[in-house]
Design a protein around this ligand. Structure first.
Ligand code: B1M
Length: 214
């Protein structure tokens, strides 16, 4: 088995102690950080499928998530550039009722790397907390909301609605997460949607440019 395949299998099996050193070895062998990340995301899809099939349960899913997070820590400096924090502040969080944070953390990392000052509100974030964060922080240009469950799509809708109906201005709202589509994002009034972390960073820059033109 190739080393990169070993990373995949060890993430699937939730081997948090092994994954970081294995990821480092694969990097040292010259493999691209983006390719290692892709393999780990595939591993999480396998984990999701096994969960759906009733072959594994929440604790195994949690271990796999921890293993992936430990590998991402090693990849981090290789995935991001020099953040200059000149594009303004981005408030990011996973919406109310939703505890998934790996995708959100990747999005935060990539958005930071293109020059935003990122304030991460974490998971299970009520709409009021997003609003307070916009009020309490300087130069907020972007609010980024993640949702991973079909059951938390309504919370995403409520969050976007609350942000748009507030008297706060000067920022755009971007949404994403596995069950979210561009169509849903537009339907709930978000300004932008992205399917993955890399394109979220590109979209974030575009949205802030639109703000400057308006
Ligand atoms: Co959960 N879970 N989970 N889970 N979990 C899923 C999402 C699921 C698809 C698994 C499955 O059944 N096949 C399923 C959802 C089904 C559905 O809604 N239709 C599910 C379920 C059912 C549940 C529970 C309800 C299980 C239970 O308790 N019975 C429960 C809910 C808890 C809650 O949130 N209230 C639950 C719990 C958990 C754990 C806590 C155990 C753990 C999360 C730990 C953590 O995040 N720290 C977990 C995990 C690990 C998963 C899977 C296996 C992996 C998620 C992940 O990290 N993927 C997942 C199956 C899967 O994804 N295939 C599953 C890797 C990550 C990089 O991808 O998060 O999609 P993702 O992020 C992507 C894009 O979506 C996008 O960019 C990222 C990468 O480039 N993106 C954005 C994300 N946010 C974005 C924001 C943007 C733009 C792009 O702009 C702002």
């Amino acid at each position: 088995m190739s080393k990169i395949q070993e990373v995949k299998v060890n993430v699937e099996e939730g081997k948090t102690k092994i994954v970081p050193s294995l990821v480092q070895e694969v990097l040292d062998e010259g493999e691209k950080a983006e390719d290692i990340l892709e393999v780990m995301i595939k591993a999480m899809n396998v984990v999701g499928d096994r969960f759906s099939a009733g072959e594994i349960f929440v604790p195994e899913m949690l271990l796999a998530a921890k293993a992936m997070a430990s590998g991402v820590e090693i990849l981090k400096p290789h995935l991001t550039g020099e953040g200059s924090s000149s594009l303004g502040t981005c408030i990011i969080g996973t919406v109310l009722g939703d505890l998934h944070d790996i995708g959100k953390n990747l999005v935060a990392m990539m958005i930071e790397s293109v020059g935003f000052n990122v304030i991460d509100l974490g998971v299970d974030v009520p709409k009021e907390k997003f609003i307070d964060a916009v009020k309490e922080n300087d130069d907020v240009k972007l609010v980024a909301c993640s949702a991973l469950l079909t059951t938390t799509m309504p919370a995403l809708k409520e969050t976007v609605k609350a942000l748009k109906e507030s008297d706060l201005t000067g920022f755009k709202v971007i949404v994403g997460g596995a069950p979210i589509t561009n169509e849903f994002a537009m339907e709930i009034g978000a300004d932008g949607y992205s399917s993955d972390a890399g394109s979220a960073a590109t979209k974030a820059k575009e949205l802030v440019k639109e703000l400057a033109i308006a």
